[in-house]
Design a protein around this ligand. Sequence first.
Ligand SMILES: *[C@@H]1O[C@H](CO)[C@@H](O)[C@H](O)[C@H]1NC(C)=O
Ligand SMILES: *[C@@H]1O[C@H](CO)[C@@H](O)[C@H](O)[C@H]1NC(C)=O
Ligand SMILES: *[C@@H]1O[C@H](CO)[C@@H](O)[C@H](O)[C@H]1NC(C)=O
Ligand SMILES: *[C@@H]1O[C@H](CO)[C@@H](O)[C@H](O)[C@H]1NC(C)=O
Ligand SMILES: *[C@@H]1O[C@H](CO)[C@@H](O)[C@H](O)[C@H]1NC(C)=O
Length: 510
Amino acid sequence: MMIRTSRLSHYLAGLILLLFFSIAALSRYQLRDPLPRSISESRTDDTKYLSWLPHGDFTDQHEAFRNAVRLGKELNRTVIAPMLRLGQPLPWQPFNQLAEAYTQDKQLQQQACHDTATPATCLQQLNEWTEIPWSSLFDLKAITDAFGIPIIERTSGHGWGINETAHQVQDPITDVVVLDVMTFIENATFHHDNNPGSKIKKWGGYLGRQFSIINQPRQQISGNKPYLKTVIHSHQWSALQHRQYIQFGALSSTPRYQVHTTSALVDLRQALSHSLFVRPDQMKPLQQQADQVIKTLGGTDNFSTLILHLGKVVETDGRVNTTQGKLTMDDLDVPTQRELMDTVVMELFGDVPINHAVAAALPVKPDSSLATVLSQQHEQVDRQQLLDACLDYRHRYDEQYPIYYFASDHIPIPALRPDIYGPLLSHFPCLFTKADLKQWGKLDLKSWTLPFLQDQGVDGETMFSPILDILIAGQGYSFFEVPLSPLTRFVSRQRDTSTDNSTIASSPLV
Ligand SMILES: *[C@@H]1O[C@H](CO)[C@@H](O)[C@H](O)[C@H]1NC(C)=O
Ligand SMILES: *[C@@H]1O[C@H](CO)[C@@H](O)[C@H](O)[C@H]1NC(C)=O
Ligand SMILES: *[C@@H]1O[C@H](CO)[C@@H](O)[C@H](O)[C@H]1NC(C)=O
Ligand SMILES: *[C@@H]1O[C@H](CO)[C@@H](O)[C@H](O)[C@H]1NC(C)=O
Ligand SMILES: *[C@@H]1O[C@H](CO)[C@@H](O)[C@H](O)[C@H]1NC(C)=O
């Protein structure tokens, strides 16, 4: 009896063990081979992402980021931000080309340079751009805190989608969908890919980490012309709600990616226009430099900013014979240079605040120190003396008399080329540039920039100049650029956040 009982219990114990193992094995087997229905359901709790390919200058990239934040809110997704590219921009390109251009690793490119015929030129070109994390300029946490949109930065590498290199992305990326209405005509309607079979087959590879992009771009536009009319409508997004990772192409066009007008999104748009992600003021040394310049030029609201994109003026002016390729101001003959500058001055008069125009048109009071300084040849004027005289003139005679912070893509000190800049300087003599401020020891963009740059070869001064201009312009009384660019809108948003008694004047020259 004893023996039989123990035998039975042994038998039962064995049976239980067997059952246990087979259940364990079965469940493991089931894990390895997920059922079709489990795919979208099991993924609904996972973090969903979106990212984009950066292109264009600072304002394009900033617009793309704003757009991504907006879509992050609409789609309840974590935004993976590529770094901000400074210096030579990546031009707009169809998705595949842009992805290829973006993904190229600078170190590999540097090695490749050594195999080219002109390694020095090749390396120099690589040093014309660099990347920094957005958070080194903007307070991204404020966006997350105010609107609950998680933002992750890709601070090294250029891997996107299944190759994501952002360190904070912990879960493997297994499901990537590419979306670019400017490149793929299909994306305006999403009317493709409802074949879950193909998804499952690829999904089945997840244990072995054999990831692959679902829906490799097939039909691509020929040539480099973007599709102009395609738009994603807000009701279409639901088709993508279970996809893990949405990879956009160039994202600077906001109207192409529509969102619902919920109150949260209206609030977000409002905030992004007035308070959040508006001022690139997080890099303390850069802000200090800007503050020093502002103080030197008379303080907040006591100076204005004038930016001349002369390259663009020349490029787009009808009088310039462009059959010889890209020309700069220096390639033109003297009469054409004069004519262009006269046009710029006319634009300025038409569009600067009226009080500036009047002050600039009146003769300078003869007994002022400014009159004395200006009686000398432009080239011989002591620049510091000129600034003092300008400040004194504002203080004593005419508080509307314009003092300009001037930046252009041409030469550092316009006063040294009165042949070209004469017409401008005769009406607006109080024009000061970075070169002046450097000379006076009020500006130094070289000595502190290194720790903020990932690569050693790049010139910090060139890279950070446009951001410095923005920080300075944001504190001026008015802002004017020729020709008009999105920079004006960017600067005016900063003005909206501070005092209101300023004017943003601007005008397209062409
Ligand atoms: C948003 O996504 C997170 C996970 O990424 C999830 O926990 C949350 O419930 C989602 N919220 C909405 C409103 O869908
Ligand atoms: C991911 O990396 C592999 C190997 O380098 C490459 O073949 C593939 O094209 C990459 N995919 C993406 C989306 O970048
Ligand atoms: C957009 O079009 C491309 C090319 O056909 C395709 O690979 C991608 O999956 C499409 N994206 C969406 C969201 O439909
Ligand atoms: C601007 O100039 C006025 C008059 O010269 C002066 O009173 C004011 O303090 C200046 N503003 C700043 C911010 O320095
Ligand atoms: C522009 O330059 C080309 C080559 O120098 C010349 O043949 C052509 O006549 C010029 N056109 C005008 C409008 O001056």
